[in-house]
Structures are given as C-alpha cells and as structure tokens.
Design a protein around this ligand. Structure first.
Ligand code: NDP
Ligand code: 2IT
Length: 448
C-alpha cells in the first residue's frame, strides 16, 4: 500500500513541485483514499484520483485598477475550476497578498470533497487575487472588485460557476462584484452567494461557517457524552468565521478566551462575552481595526504580538484564521494542556504533523472539509432560494444547516469509525465519503 501511495504522490509532485500547499492537501487525501480505492474494484484502475488532482480549467488574468492617488495598480486574478462532476463549480474568492496557484489549488481541491459532503449538488472551485484589501479605501475596494469582475464574468454563471467569499472577501466585496456582473450580463441571477438579504442573499449565510464549525464540535463531543456548556474555548482569527464561531460557543454556554489576527492574539481570562464580541465585530467589520485594540477597551485582557493562541489552557480549540496556523509544537502544547477537541473553522489550519499528534492521542479532531462545510452548504441553500425566487426564515435555514452538519458527522462515522476500538477518524471518514460521491459521478459520465 505504501508504495502505491508514494507512486501516486511522486507523479503529483513531479507535476506540481512548486506548489507545497496543494501537495499537502493531496497527500492527506491520497493516504486515506488510495487504500479505499484498492479495496473497491469499481474505483480500481480508473485513475480517478489522478483525474481529480488536475483542475478541469484554471484561468489567470490581469487586473488593472487606479488607486486613490491616481496610480495604476496591477494585480493577478485567478479562478480554479476543479471538478464539476456533481454540480457547477462552487467555492470562494480570496483576496490576500499570499494568494497564488498553490494556495488556490489546495483550496479548490479541498472544496471538491467538502461540497460533496454537504449532500448538495455542487462541484468545487476557488479563486481570488494577490490584492491586499488592508488599508484600502472603500472606493479602492470598489474599483478593484469591478476590475476583477470585468474579466471573471466571462468564466462564471449561475449554472456554471458560483463564487462566494473567503479571506478578504465579505459582504462589501460581494456587493461590488455582483454589481459589475449584473451590469455586464444585464441579468439578475444567483451567480454569487453571500449577497445582502435584500438582494438575493440568504439569512444565516454570514453566520453559517462559524456556527457550523461549532455544531460539528458539539456533535463530536456528544459521541463522548460531552457538551460545549462550561468548556473553555480558544479561537484564532477575528474575521467572519471566528466571530460567528465565538457567538455560537457563547449561545451554547461555553467560554471563549482568545481571538487573533495576523498581528497577534488577545486573551481575556474573564471570557469574551456578548458585549465584548459586539465590540470586536464593530472593530473588525466597520472600523477595520486591529485586534490589539481590544486590550485598550478591556484592560484586563492581554495582547501577545506575533503569536498564536494555542499556548492558552483550553478544552476546545477552533482554528479559524488560515492554513498551517497550528503546527506540531502547538498540537503538543494543546494536548499537554488537556485539550480534548479541535474543530477546524479555517481550511487546512493544522499541519500534517499536528494532525498526526491529535490522532495518536485519539482526541476529537475534525478536518475543515467536514467541520467548516456549513458555509458552502448555506451558500447552496442561498442558490436554492434564488432558483425558487423565495426566502426561507432564519430558523428554516439554521435548521437545515444543523441537519447538514449532522449528516456530515454521520458520514464521517460511516467511513471513518474503527469498529474494534470505536475511534472515529474524521479525516479518513470525510475524505472517503467526499470521494465516493464524486467518483461515482465521474464513472457514470465516462472519460470527459
Ligand atoms: P476573514 O478575512 O473574515 O478573516 C480572516 C481572519 O484570519 C482575520 O482575522 C485575519 O487577520 C486572519 N488571518 C488571515 N491570514 C492570516 C495569516 N496569514 N496569519 C494570521 N492570521 C491571518 O476570512 P474568513 O473568516 O472568511 O476566513 C477564515 C478561514 O476560514 C480561511 O481559512 C477560509 O478559507 C476559511 N473558510 C471561510 C469560509 C467563509 O464562508 N468565509 C467558509 C469555510 C472556510 P488579518 O485581518 O490580520 O489578516
Ligand atoms: O472555503 C469555503 O468553503 C468558502 N470559502 C465558502 C465557499 C462558498 O461558496 O460559500
């Protein structure tokens, strides 16, 4: 088995040697899915995984725009259309200076499995730009989004490819992107998700990724007769996912003690309660400030520059910032401190070595493609509402989100539970369950 996996990975490495994040995502999937393929004749000898690691299409384009001082700026735009076997390409757009082919291919690859897990008919894609929204005026953001969409529009559509938000792309950016798409196509369609509720958006979509991550943690804890109530929770990030993960933890009776951004983390031993969280939401979403400002507003809290929060004592850790933000030594510290559950809100936040330690210690560990799938699932529900030309209530959408997270958890058990020991390998479960649906569709459609 080992040489089969290595043989496959060698081929992928030869073709994608300069894409470390993409290779990391493929390695994790290959190690769990290849043994399954070998045991199941229908998937054997069809090179399905080799087809799945090659994007169906990848576009890269120039984005010119004029900044507030009148200077012409040049950025790169991308859209990776990874797999459309079970539905149109679906996945977010990331605006961050670190964006490149490796980052977007890893995200698009993960998205294929994640979208499959949601049970909704969505293929996988991802896109974005190396544009840095930090420090830009609203007008600059608008001009950039308009310029970006003036090329992207020809590659997407409500039945072809439906982008949404990710790091650096929230409600404000989706508004500008939607405006330009509508103008160029002269069509009001559900081509993007994460829209405002008065113009085609879904209730609960902003909350969905964070809420879903906590619903998944709750499901995992329940397998051990445990609960979020009374637990101490560390969260990284302070953006969309982190904010609503914190909100749900509070609603379920947990105590959140940390938040972070790329400049460092804050710890509040008294707990970040609803009022303090409202302060953070205003700071981040309206004032676009830094998390360090928290300690000026709440002087009993402390700020640690250039550090991640994993050294703080906690029962549950929710990494909700970015890839590879939790490494082997962080995992060791979390385990030494008695952490029993890690539910990933971000995409691939734990390094491979960190995951090995969590699994060896047999704590509850959920990979992002399972635990953060609530965001794209609710995007799928937004698409459904757009097609119906109808809006569901907050409760209706939240109930569906809970049900979907429960279904994903069930599938992880189906494909990931060791019947002898009872241990649930959520990485294996999510990868195999995600793979099976896509692979079956690819087999049915032939070599296309
Ligand atoms: P936001 O842009 O709203 O927030 C991102 C947060 O992460 C910010 O606090 C940001 O800090 C921090 N961050 C970003 N890059 C780094 C870095 N290199 N080092 C340290 N901190 C960093 O994005 P989201 O909350 O939407 O996304 C967070 C994660 O969740 C990403 O991995 C994304 O792919 C994933 N995700 C998002 C979904 C969604 O629906 N939005 C769905 C599923 C997954 P700073 O402001 O300093 O940059
Ligand atoms: O990583 C993700 O799942 C997202 N950024 C959300 C994608 C979406 O289409 O809602």
């Amino acid at each position: 088995m080992k040489h089969k996996i290595e043989g496959f990975l060698d081929l992928v490495r030869q073709r994608n040697g300069l894409e470390p994040e993409f290779l990391q995502a493929v390695e994790e999937v290959a190690e769990t899915v290849i043994p399954y393929i070998v045991q199941h004749d229908i998937y054997h000898g069809k090179n399905i995984l080799l087809r799945m690691v090659e994007p169906e299409r990848a576009v890269m384009f120039r984005v010119n725009w004029v900044d507030d001082s009148g200077e012409i700026q040049v950025n790169r735009g991308y859209r990776i259309q990874m797999n459309s076997a079970i539905g149109p390409y679906k996945g977010g757009l990331r605006f961050h200076p670190t964006v490149n082919m490796s980052i977007l291919k890893f995200l698009a690859f993960e998205q294929v499995f994640k979208n499959s897990l949601t049970t909704l008919p969505m293929g996988g894609g991802k896109g974005g730009s190396d544009f840095d929204p930090k420090g830009k005026s609203d007008n600059e953001i608008m001009r950039f989004c308009h310029a970006f969409m003036s090329e992207l529009f020809r590659h997407i559509g409500p039945n072809t490819d439906i982008p949404a938000g990710d790091i650096g792309v929230g409600g404000r950016e989706i508004g500008f992107l939607f405006g330009m798409y509508k103008k160029l196509k002269n069509e009001f369609t559900g081509v993007l998700t994460g829209k405002g509720v008065t113009w085609g958006g879904s209730l609960i979509r902003p909350e969905a990724t964070g809420y879903g991550t906590v619903y998944f943690a709750q499901k995992m804890l329940q397998t051990k007769g445990n609960d979020i109530k009374g637990k101490t929770v560390t969260i990284s990030g302070s953006g969309n996912v982190a904010q609503f993960a914190a909100e749900k933890v509070l609603q379920l009776g947990g105590k959140v003690i940390t938040l972070s951004d790329s400049s460092g983390y804050i710890v509040d031993d008294n707990g970040i309660d609803e009022e303090k969280l409202a302060y953070v939401m205003d700071l981040k979403n309206n004032k676009r400030g830094r998390i360090s400002a928290y300690v000026e507003a709440y002087p009993s809290a402390r700020f640690f520059p250039n550090k991640t929060p994993w050294g703080e004592l906690c029962d549950i850790a929710l990494p909700c910032a970015t890839q590879n933000e939790l490494d082997e030594s962080d995992a060791k510290t979390l385990l030494d401190n008695g952490c029993v559950c890690v539910s990933e809100g971000a995409n691939m936040p734990s390094t491979k070595e960190a995951i090995v330690l969590f699994q060896r210690a047999k704590i509850l560990f959920a990979p992002g493609k399972a635990s953060n799938a609530g965001g794209v699932a609710t995007s799928g529900l937004e698409m459904t509402q757009n097609s119906l030309r109808y809006n569901w209530t907050r409760k209706e959408v939240d109930d569906k989100l809970k049900e979907i997270m429960g279904n994903i958890h069930d599938k992880c058990i189906k494909y990931g539970k060791d019947e002898k020991t009872g241990y649930i390998d959520y990485v294996k479960g999510a990868n195999i369950a995600g793979f099976v649906k896509v692979a079956d569709a690819m087999l049915a459609q032939g070599v296309v």
